[in-house]
Design a protein around this ligand. Structure first.
Ligand SMILES: NC(=O)c1ccc[n+]([C@@H]2O[C@H](COP(=O)([O-])OP(=O)(O)OC[C@H]3O[C@@H](n4cnc5c(N)ncnc54)[C@H](OP(=O)(O)O)[C@@H]3O)[C@@H](O)[C@H]2O)c1
Length: 317
């Protein structure tokens, strides 16, 4: 049995519980693929999980390897997998129970897609979790169509920067909340109307939205009912929207959890290769500084994505 380095939690807590250790490498079972990870991205869910605040990962899942998405190369395939072979360059949203902050990870073959050919591994690793979240929120749950109006809260973040571009590409009129440097950033992505949520009330600019895509929750979500059109929808990645408010506004409401989907990632890779969608990597950290990557994300105001280069070490000259 081979071994590998992985960031595995033995208990929940602050940055001190996030440490690399040498553990047995995973083996792909039937239907799975073993990937040698080149790069993995930092997501808010990693911090929530580390702190024991992510409902899908309780004490019974410990020890638990963090990291929800990656780009890498196929090392070996399990029984019944014919669509992938050793050496294929892939990227994916890793399912629950696996962890991408590791040198090797096993993934359900259906979650994989070929890495966009024009993106290097660090850039590709920035994509899967947030781009699938944006895609599924806008189109699967929000049913966004050409000519409709959408308000995207937190357009400059990881999910938001894909959501703005997907909505524009679909032909929607796109309203976005952002702040600071994020304002210019979302404009550069094609947002039609940018609202500085620190100094402006979005209710004064956005009206009759066919869809509010909520990446903030709480008070922002509550206030957003005022701008949803009758027959429109509120879709959130965070707080479960009130069905009572939805009924009062003649609208639909949903909270969802993004899921791995290799077919959707293949379409997204095509959009990246056709230069229809840009990926913003805000900062890259070597594998032995993965803790700093999470600390940077935790500090807030990240515009784009933080990526961990699993093949890199800070000792590398
Ligand atoms: N349910 C799911 O499956 C799922 C999947 C992915 C993500 N999520 C959740 O969705 C949220 C967004 O994820 P992410 O990866 O995009 O996070 P992120 O990269 O950390 O982005 C957060 C963004 O929120 C902006 N922001 C903060 N407060 C805001 C406000 N009041 N109004 C507008 N923008 C605001 C920040 O901009 P500034 O601070 O610079 O203004 C930052 O750009 C997270 O809470 C995450 O846990 C859920």
């Amino acid at each position: 049995m081979s071994v590998m380095l992985a960031y595995r939690l033995h208990r929940f807590g602050g940055p001190e519980v996030f440490r690399p250790e040498t553990i047995d490498a995973p083996e792909p079972v039937a239907g799975e693929v073993l990937i040698r990870v080149r790069a993995a991205s930092a997501n808010p869910v990693d911090i929530k999980t580390r702190e024991g605040k992510y409902p899908l990962v309780g004490e019974e899942k410990l020890p638990y390897t963090l990291g929800r998405d990656c780009a890498g190369v196929v090392e070996r395939v399990g029984d019944g997998v014919s669509e992938w072979k050793r050496g294929d360059e892939v990227y994916c949203f890793v399912g629950q129970g696996q962890g991408a902050y590791a040198e090797l990870v096993t993934v359900d073959a259906r979650a994989l897609a070929s890495r966009p050919s024009k993106a290097d591994a660090v850039t590709a690793a920035a994509v899967p979790l947030v781009a699938l979240t944006a895609w599924q929120g806008l189109f699967d749950h929000g049913a966004l169509d050409a000519g409709q109006r959408v308000l995207i809260h937190a357009g400059a973040g990881g999910v938001g920067h894909f959501a703005v571009q997907f909505a524009k590409h679909k032909g929607a009129e796109v309203f976005v909340t952002a702040s600071g440097d994020g304002i210019e950033f979302v404009r550069s992505l094609g947002a039609d109307h940018v609202i500085d949520y620190r100094t402006q009330r979005f209710e004064d600019f956005a009206r009759d939205m066919d869809l509010v895509f909520d990446l903030v929750g709480g008070e922002t979500q509550g206030r957003s009912w005022a701008v949803v059109a009758r027959g429109g929808a509120m879709v959130s990645t965070l707080t479960e929207p009130s069905q009572v408010d939805a009924a009062n506004h003649g609208a639909r409401a949903a909270r969802y959890t993004a899921r791995p989907d290799g077919a959707q990632l293949t379409r997204i890779a095509g959009l990246i290769d056709d230069a229809k969608i840009r990926v913003r990597v805000a900062q890259t950290y070597p594998f032995d500084a993965a803790g700093e990557a999470l600390a940077r994300l935790e500090k807030g105001h990240v515009h784009g994505k933080i990526v961990i280069d699993v093949t890199g070490s800070s000792a590398t000259p």
